[in-house]
Design a protein around this ligand. Structure first.
Ligand SMILES: Nc1nc2c(c(=O)[nH]1)N[C@@H](CN(C=O)c1ccc(C(=O)N[C@@H](CCC(=O)O)C(=O)O)cc1)CN2
Length: 312
């Protein structure tokens, strides 16, 4: 089964669960539709202002997974009709050189969004680098201004992966108010902003992290379970409340006996699908939403920079 249960918040929400196959949450399809909608917005924006939104992506070093992600970001940026500016820097790049590039991008009127791909190699300080980005162009939403605005429940730019998870949850669950949400993982990139977003939606939110005594017991209480630990296969069927909606943010590449590789998540999908009500697959779940939400944030940043309006 694929597709949202219902767009009507009054008939959605967790239903009594009959053991069987969970509904598959189609992040890839959702991300494609979102990208098409953004392409429409880009055309309309150009017609109004003769400005095309521009996104600068900075990659330092040669991490193979990061290279795939930034290539896909450039591809999708073009697909949405935006301008893509790639800056591929050697692993030997110093903090000063990186900060100097960010200062140039901050001052460039053709660039509306700036992203530095994480993780950064060596001694480069991700907090200092992220906070050097003009908050109006911080399309990753990771700087203290945007993170602080989210924590205070104010408008701002929201980190791409948690935003993607929230859009999927709203489409597939509907009304989230009053639901028990458990987020496993407390990273600045996913866990913390995810918890803030769910709180803003009226969920009762618990964040489990490395020091949490019994994360499994907490997870079993969750109507919504978001798993973002980077520990592949951490969450089995016995972590999941029957009928819960499970969002798997983890992506790990494993090598199979035949020498080929495969992507897997933090959730043991083949077990979990018999217990969960709805579940994201890996690949094809949250990953594509991350890039679609980056484009959405870039469109938002361009609007705010050019029109001077704030997106609520
Ligand atoms: N500055 C940032 N760095 C990182 C972020 C981020 O949001 N901002 N997130 C992750 C990596 N990431 C984006 O950068 C990302 C991860 C996965 C995917 C994706 O589409 N995955 C596909 C599979 C792709 C493949 O074949 O490898 C899927 O899950 O279907 C997109 C973006 C860390 N760094």
């Amino acid at each position: 089964m694929t597709g949202p249960v219902s767009s009507d918040p009054h008939v959605s929400g967790p239903q009594p669960h009959v053991r069987g196959d969970a509904l598959l949450i189609d992040g890839k399809g959702f991300a494609n539709r979102l990208t098409q909608d953004i392409a429409e917005d880009v055309r309309a924006f150009y017609a109004r202002h003769q400005v095309t939104p521009g996104l600068a992506v900075v990659l330092v070093g040669n991490d193979p997974a990061s290279e795939v992600y930034v290539r896909n970001k450039a591809l999708q940026t073009h697909r949405a009709g935006m301008r893509s500016f790639m800056h591929m820097l050697p692993e030997t790049t110093s903090q000063e050189e990186l900060l100097a590039l960010i200062a140039r991008l901050n001052a460039d009127p053709e660039i509306h969004g700036i992203l530095v791909q994480l993780p950064l190699p060596g001694d480069l300080d991700p907090v200092a680098v992220t906070n050097a980005i003009d908050p109006r162009k911080d399309v990753d939403g990771l700087g203290v201004v945007n993170a602080g605005r989210l924590a205070l429940g104010l408008s701002g730019i929201v980190p791409c992966t948690p935003l993607g998870c929230l859009l999927l949850l709203k489409a597939y669950v509907g009304e989230l108010r009053g639901l028990n949400a458990v987020v496993i993982g407390a990273s600045n990139l996913v866990g913390r902003p995810m918890a803030q977003l769910l709180l803003r939606e009226g969920c009762t939110v618990t964040v489990a992290h490395i020091d949490t005594r019994d994360p499994q017991a907490l997870a079993r209480q969750a109507d919504i379970l978001v798993v973002a630990t980077g520990c592949r296969g951490l969450v089995g069927a016995d972590w999941i409340k029957p009928g819960a909606t499970v969002i798997d943010v983890g992506i790990s590449r494993i090598r199979l006996d035949n020498g080929k590789t495969r992507l897997v998540g933090d959730v043991v999908f083949d077990e979990a699908r018999h217990v969960a009500g709805q579940i994201t697959p890996v690949p094809g779940g949250v990953g594509p939403m991350t890039i679609a939400c980056l484009l959405r944030n870039t469109m938002q940043a361009a609007r705010e920079l050019v029109e001077g309006v704030e997106t609520p």
